[in-house]
Write a protein that binds this ligand. Sequence first.
Ligand SMILES: *[C@@H]1O[C@H](CO)[C@@H](O)[C@H](O)[C@H]1NC(C)=O
Ligand SMILES: *[C@@H]1O[C@H](CO)[C@@H](O)[C@H](O)[C@H]1NC(C)=O
Ligand SMILES: *[C@@H]1O[C@H](CO)[C@@H](O)[C@H](O)[C@H]1NC(C)=O
Ligand SMILES: *[C@@H]1O[C@H](CO)[C@@H](O)[C@H](O)[C@H]1NC(C)=O
Ligand SMILES: *[C@@H]1O[C@H](CO)[C@@H](O)[C@H](O)[C@H]1NC(C)=O
Ligand SMILES: *[C@@H]1O[C@H](CO)[C@@H](O)[C@H](O)[C@H]1NC(C)=O
Ligand SMILES: *[C@@H]1O[C@H](CO)[C@@H](O)[C@H](O)[C@H]1NC(C)=O
Length: 303
Amino acid sequence: MKIVQKTVSVFVLLAITMVVRLAGDNTVLVTTVGDSSVLTCPIKENTTMLTWTINFKAGGPCTLVYRNDTKMTHRTNCSDNIDWKFRAGLAPALEIQHVGIAQEGTYSCEVASRDGNFRTTYHLTVLAPPRLRLFCDERGSPVCEAAAGKPPAQLSWVPESCSRAEEKYHDNGTVTVLSKFTACSTNGTNVTTCMVSHPAGNWSQSIASCPSEKTNFLLYACIIACVLVIITLLAVIYYFKLRSDRLCHKTKPPEIGPIHSQQDDTMEVEPYTTFVQKENVIYNSVLDLTVGQNLPQELCRET
Ligand SMILES: *[C@@H]1O[C@H](CO)[C@@H](O)[C@H](O)[C@H]1NC(C)=O
Ligand SMILES: *[C@@H]1O[C@H](CO)[C@@H](O)[C@H](O)[C@H]1NC(C)=O
Ligand SMILES: *[C@@H]1O[C@H](CO)[C@@H](O)[C@H](O)[C@H]1NC(C)=O
Ligand SMILES: *[C@@H]1O[C@H](CO)[C@@H](O)[C@H](O)[C@H]1NC(C)=O
Ligand SMILES: *[C@@H]1O[C@H](CO)[C@@H](O)[C@H](O)[C@H]1NC(C)=O
Ligand SMILES: *[C@@H]1O[C@H](CO)[C@@H](O)[C@H](O)[C@H]1NC(C)=O
Ligand SMILES: *[C@@H]1O[C@H](CO)[C@@H](O)[C@H](O)[C@H]1NC(C)=O
């Protein structure tokens, strides 16, 4: 019985090793958006045909075939930036120019030779370095942004921040990470540093203290004060213009004055009241005149 068990377990072990060996053919390739990659296939002696089959993570497959006897190539549904690369003295390779996130997927190469068919597989992963920005928001807090990174960038602050970062996922597989600095302790430091770590590279930038809300408040107060001053000035100017218009009416009497000449005598007795009375008289008389004789109303425009 024991012997049987041992043989079974040996078989199981062998099977596992086989699977691991097969999986070992799968090489993981990592590249960055915009770079170029060249994938090669281990060539056997007397190769008759080379075939690349690409299964993209998103979208249909694409194939490229090279026949060694006729030196002919053939491609199906491959984008323009994926093609054969022929180099003197070397077997044809596959080249991906200006790699994009869309080119992520499994790249399998099959060599057909007299000894049989051999397959090699690569898993292509494309990194997108984030666009980085450190700025002050309107409330006076430093904000660190790592836009459109793949995978998402890790953000950290010096001194430590007590707020969590927000992540926004884009359709093309990239992620924008936004972190607002919130001081954990009241220990005053004037400089805050944002540190970004990403497989495509590390980055750090410091910012001197942001203009605080207090400064902003002062700024707004200043703006409001300026507006008030301007309004007051306009009001004063308008007032003086009105007054000058009235004075203008007052200097007009010659035409109308003589009609009510008796009233002028009272001026010596009570100057203020007569002034008011006279004003009313002038308005009344002007009205009378315009109604009666159709005189132009803009008596003052000429002076
Ligand atoms: C390759 O082909 C040549 C003849 O064309 C033959 O002599 C040679 O043995 C072959 N090699 C292998 C590995 O099959
Ligand atoms: C391709 O074919 C030529 C002959 O046409 C041969 O000399 C060459 O070795 C072959 N290439 C490979 C990789 O087998
Ligand atoms: C290639 O793409 C066309 C449509 O663009 C599709 O009809 C065809 O089935 C595809 N061929 C292969 C081999 O995927
Ligand atoms: C992915 O999408 C985001 C938002 O639409 C864009 O800003 C970014 O440039 C894109 N990245 C790539 C590599 O296409
Ligand atoms: C505040 O800063 C001082 C030195 O500047 C340091 O000794 C102390 O531990 C800090 N306190 C906190 C809570 O970080
Ligand atoms: C912060 O800046 C002020 C002057 O603006 C300075 O007096 C103070 O010492 C600075 N504090 C630190 C922790 O650097
Ligand atoms: C980024 O920094 C980490 C340690 O913080 C390091 O392990 C990693 O190799 C760095 N990456 C690059 C691309 O420099």
